[in-house]
Design a protein around this ligand. Structure first.
Ligand SMILES: NC(=O)c1ccc[n+]([C@@H]2O[C@H](COP(=O)([O-])OP(=O)(O)OC[C@H]3O[C@@H](n4cnc5c(N)ncnc54)[C@H](OP(=O)(O)O)[C@@H]3O)[C@@H](O)[C@H]2O)c1
Length: 510
């Protein structure tokens, strides 16, 4: 694929006064600037409802960059130069008239910096605004690509269910084409996720084992130690199934289970991910209680601190049945994976902030050496997505001394051991990809819809059958105990990653 190297660029951020822009977007753009990865001629226009002057916006973003940028040792002069490239425009995005004004500002800004064609529009607003912003930009002539590219970055969630995601896609396609839309799933911007492709398809040793003949089960966990924070209002209408599983976890499933792509072209890779999601065995509504466990955190004390239960969080209904934890068992109906159970779970207020994929290999055909639980497998390959990105292989060795006592040991690779290499943040990587026109790591319309289609029976069952339980779990634990019951096999459980408390973000593997 031929990547573009644009000579000029204007980035317009809708929702620039919000949390995402401050914590992630501006620090990521600044990182690109520091590494000379932005075009020479560039400008950033932030918009929001808040009344902010340019100076106030610049100060706010300067503070954000100082607090959240992953690049330390900022040269003060670089930061000052960068800040001067930011402007702020107060606008109500629901008013069509305000887009003509925005267009004028963009033209003016373009003249000042010599950027006359390429625009990226980043939608960091509440999701219900994505459609109207795109329509209004198109009406103002800002989606027309004759003078340069016009790319639209859309944040999750992409719809609320199958129907609303279809409507969103259809309405977006009326004004912009699919290749102008970059649906951001920041999990895919993480280095280890991309490394899955390299690990699987650049090495000869894994792929022959990567199938139903050798793999017993696959487990994907994305745990957060934080609660809903200030986003209780949003979260209570979303829940873990919509907020995490429908997008991040199914995308990770796609990358883990996909066939080798014909090439590294974006469409080639995205086709393979989509095929995996198309092959997911539908969960019948009647099987939801057996295959899906939902939970909600309750109050507890963690390291001496009293933690509120979910129903006592700000913005959350006191009788809320929204899940802060969900675990699902499913199968992929294809030749590679037929019969291999996949278990995926995600939750808030768990003991650690961790995302990992665990491949459990089958046991040896005959057990020569006695072990405590014959069901246990010696071999696990653990792909750590965050934090402490890396890969860990577990296997059995002989304990020194008499007899044949087994010890399960680790072969552990940490990305951070590549000392000269800084791992770019996911947003940094993904924003750079948008600039270059590389859509590989962005979710495609059909894949999003297929993912919604898969979880639809779960959503339906939860609405139609109030007797399906929401299990409580104390904040700071690995979710409801009941979630262990969906794992097939006597004595088998989820993996419980243990975070080392030495504070450097490394794991201590037991
Ligand atoms: N924060 C995260 O870590 C995160 C992670 C993943 C995805 N997302 C997604 O990113 C988007 C933004 O999230 P956020 O956490 O940054 O939300 P937020 O802090 O509530 O910010 C929302 C932004 O939208 C602006 N806005 C709201 N109504 C507007 C209107 N009528 N006209 C113009 N601007 C308006 C707000 O402006 P004012 O504040 O000036 O009113 C603010 O700048 C959401 O879609 C969210 O789902 C966020």
């Amino acid at each position: 694929m031929k990547l573009e190297n644009p000579k000029n660029l204007i980035v317009v951020i809708f929702g620039a006064s919000g949390d995402l822009a401050s914590r992630k977007l501006l620090p990521a753009i600044y990182s690109l600037r520091i590494q000379n990865m932005l075009p020479d001629k560039y400008a950033i226009i932030g918009t929001g409802r808040s009344m902010l002057s340019n100076a106030e916006f610049r100060n706010k973003m300067k503070e954000s960059i100082l607090s959240f940028s992953e690049i330390q040792n900022h040269e003060q002069s670089h930061l000052e130069d960068f800040i001067q490239c930011l402007t702020y425009h107060t606008m109500d995005v629901s008013s069509p008239a305000s887009y003509e004004k925005l267009k004028g500002i963009m033209v003016e800004t373009g003249k000042k910096v010599g950027a006359d064609g390429n625009y990226i529009f980043y939608m960091a607003t509440p999701p219900f605004m994505f459609e109207s912003i795109s329509v209004n930009l198109a009406k103002a002539g800002l989606a027309d690509q004759s003078a340069g590219f016009r790319r639209f970055i859309i944040e999750k969630p992409f719809g609320y269910d199958l129907e609303s995601s279809r409507t969103l896609n259809t309405n977006l396609h009326e004004v912009i084409s699919e290749d102008q839309i970059f649906r951001i799933d920041h999990y895919l911007g993480k280095e280890t996720v991309q490394n899955l492709l390299v690990m699987r398809f650049a090495n000869g040793i894994f792929e022959p084992l990567w199938n139903r003949n050798y793999i017993h089960r696959v487990e994907i966990t994305s745990a957060e130690s934080i609660g809903v924070g200030s986003r209780g209002g949003y979260y209570d209408s979303a829940g873990a199934l919509r907020d995490m599983l429908q997008n991040h976890l199914l995308q990770l499933t796609g990358m883990t289970a996909m066939e080798p792509p014909a090439s590294m072209e974006p469409e080639s890779i995205r086709n393979e991910i989509h095929k995996v999601l198309q092959s997911l065995q539908p969960i019948r509504e009647t099987d939801v209680p057996k295959q899906v466990i939902r939970g909600q955190y309750t109050g507890s004390v963690i390291r001496g601190e009293c933690i509120n239960g979910y129903r006592f969080e700000k913005g959350v209904a006191q009788d809320s049945r929204t899940e802060t934890f969900v675990a699902v068992k499913f199968f992929i109906n294809n030749w590679r994976w037929g019969g291999v159970p996949f278990y995926i779970r995600t939750g808030k207020r768990m003991p650690a902030q961790v995302t990992e994929i665990v491949i459990y290999f089958k046991r040896t055909p005959h057990a020569l050496f006695p072990r405590e639980n014959e069901n246990m497998t010696a071999n696990q390959l653990i792909i750590r997505i965050q934090p402490d990105e890396g890969i860990l292989l577990k296997f059995d060795m002989k304990e020194p001394g008499s007899g044949f006592n087994l010890k399960n040991v680790n072969m552990d690779f940490h990305y951070k051991d590549l000392t000269d290499i800084r791992i770019p943040s996911a947003y940094e990587r993904l924003l750079f990809d948008v600039m270059q026109g590389d859509s590989t790591l962005f979710s495609r319309d059909d894949t999003i819809e297929t993912a919604w289609k898969f979880i639809e029976p779960v959503q339906r069952a939860w609405v139609n059958n109030p007797s399906i339980k929401v299990y409580g779990y104390p904040a700071g634990t690995w979710g409801p105990e009941r979630s262990g019951n969906i794992i097939d096999g006597c004595g088998l459980t989820w993996r419980y990653p243990c975070r080392n408390l030495i504070e450097d973000g490394t794991y201590c593997e037991l």
